[in-house]
Design a protein around this ligand. Sequence first.
Ligand code: FES
Length: 89
Amino acid sequence: GSILDIALANGIDIDHSCGGVCACSTCHCIVREGDNTLSEMSDAEDYQLSNAPGLTLKSRLSCQAVPDGTRNLVVEIPSWNRNAVREGH
Ligand code: FES
């Protein structure tokens, strides 16, 4: 599954307004390590991601980035997205 799927399955509630269909940018995350094991970015993801605040070179939409499982990832959830995490706990 995607980073979002994995996070949700492990009780980490990344905001995902569109439900994970690449129609928003609320699931923006920054992949600090292991980003070379992720699925390639589609044009649709690239387009949506360009609306995300605080964009970095390691930014991805967590609902679209699918790791191949060969390495652990270090994923940062941007602070403006952490409210959802706090509300969830
Ligand atoms: Fe909307 Fe990922 S949840 S683009």
